[in-house]
Design a protein around this ligand. Structure first.
Ligand code: SF4
Ligand code: SF4
Length: 382
């Protein structure tokens, strides 16, 4: 695994460092809205002067408490997120003025009803297709969220403010994408562990300009190091694409593990990867149409059909020169699990290796996963 830089912050450290920033925002009378999903248009929160607190949870600690109310056979991300709220142990949840949920998968949708009893949880009705009718509905939902923010804070959000937020958020997307696209370099210039951890960690920095500066500096530094030390060198390390459910809660036992075994994770088709960043919001369209179009195009498996995800995986396999794909399915995530049929077909059709791992946030299957990863790497000939 490629060495981590000295000042590297783990996900837990970055999350902890964000607590203080969050408290500072609150102490200064600032606004904070908790969110769970890439489908929530952050531009509207920004236009309302609110910071978006990422609430998806990646720890198994609060899961036993959550299981008192939720079924055990449920996605660990949903259980952990609810568990933090229930036990009042997540400062991001605590400081949020209200929560914006969305009707993505059934588990999250129903969990939000319970969460609403702990703190106001406003739910956006996300259609599950990309048809013209769905786009219209989604545009109306986006306008409804703007009205909710106006009502909640007693403010007026102008189109000019939304335009400005779109511009800033697009800049941030480009900066993050530039960092993730370092993975296209061959040999790999940095570890996939760092790629994912840094992006997740930056979600806890609410200053967009600083976020961009930090990631652009790191991108430049990595690229220069690559030119000096790696460019033109041969490597026999297989290049891996990670796809599927959000992977932050299983990063150590899958991504770190496979890199320690001699592979390079270079690409991420997931919500903490390029999935939400490849399409910008069109700055020349009317704002609500532009937001609706951008966000409905996110290739999450809750969309049916979701052929564009397969096309995107194919493109990524070419662009990142992928040798094998590992699909991560969180336990009981039916949409990604069923869709893995098509992902496997897409990967195998291109003559590449495919491995699906269904797991949760516990360490119980760590040994078994390691054995499967080792066997998987042996099937990839370089
Ligand atoms: S995987 Fe789908 S439901 Fe989960 S955060 Fe991403 S877009 Fe939202
Ligand atoms: S990983 Fe799957 S089940 Fe879990 S919240 Fe996301 S879409 Fe829902």
């Amino acid at each position: 695994m490629i060495k981590l830089p000295e000042n590297f912050q783990t996900y837990a450290e970055a999350r902890k460092a964000g607590f203080l920033r969050m408290k500072e925002i609150k102490d200064n009378g600032g606004r904070i809205v908790g969110i769970f999903c890439s489908f929530v248009p952050q531009e509207l929160l920004m236009a309302a002067g609110a910071a978006a607190a990422p609430l998806c949870a990646f720890s198994d600690e609060p899961i036993p408490a959550a299981e008192a109310h939720l079924p055990r056979n449920l996605c660990p991300l949903i259980k952990a997120s609810y568990g933090f709220a229930l036990t009042d142990t997540c400062p991001y949840f605590y400081f949020s003025d209200f929560i914006v949920g969305e009707t993505t998968c059934d588990g999250k949708r129903k969990m939000f009803e319970l969460m609403n009893e702990i703190k106001e949880t406003y739910v956006m009705q996300l259609p599950h297709s990309k048809s013209e009718a769905a786009l219209q509905l989604w545009k109306e939902e986006i306008i409804r969220l703007k009205e909710k923010l106006e009502d909640f804070y007693g403010i007026t959000i102008t189109e000019e403010q939304i335009k400005e937020a779109i511009r800033i958020k697009n800049q941030e997307r480009n900066a993050m994408l530039g960092f993730l696209e370092l993975g296209k370099l061959n040999p790999a210039p940095l570890s996939g562990y760092e790629l994912g951890t840094r992006l997740d960690g930056l979600g806890f920095n609410f200053d967009m300009e600083e976020r961009c500066r930090i990631i652009e500096e790191r991108t430049k530094e990595v690229y220069e190091d690559w030119k000096k030390n790696y460019q033109g060198k041969e490597t026999n390390r297989p290049r891996i694409l990670i796809t599927g459910c959000p992977n932050s809660g299983v990063r150590d036992k899958i991504i770190k593990a496979v890199e320690e075994m001699g592979a390079d994770v270079v690409a991420f088709d997931c919500c903490n990867g390029t999935r939400e960043k490849v399409e910008l919001v069109d700055e020349n369209m009317p704002v609500y149409d532009a937001l609706a179009k951008k966000y409905i195009n996110i290739n999450c498996s809750v969309m049916s059909p979701n052929k564009s995800r397969m096309n995107y995986i194919e493109e990524m396999m070419e662009e990142y020169q992928i040798d094998g794909v590992i699909e991560i399915i969180l336990q009981a995530c039916h949409t990604y699990n069923i869709e893995s049929h098509y992902v496997k077909q897409t990967v195998v059709k291109k003559g590449k290796a495919y491995l699906m791992i269904e797991t949760d946030y516990s360490q119980a299957d760590k040994g078994q996963i390691s054995t499967r990863l080792e066997a998987f790497l042996e099937t990839i000939e370089k």
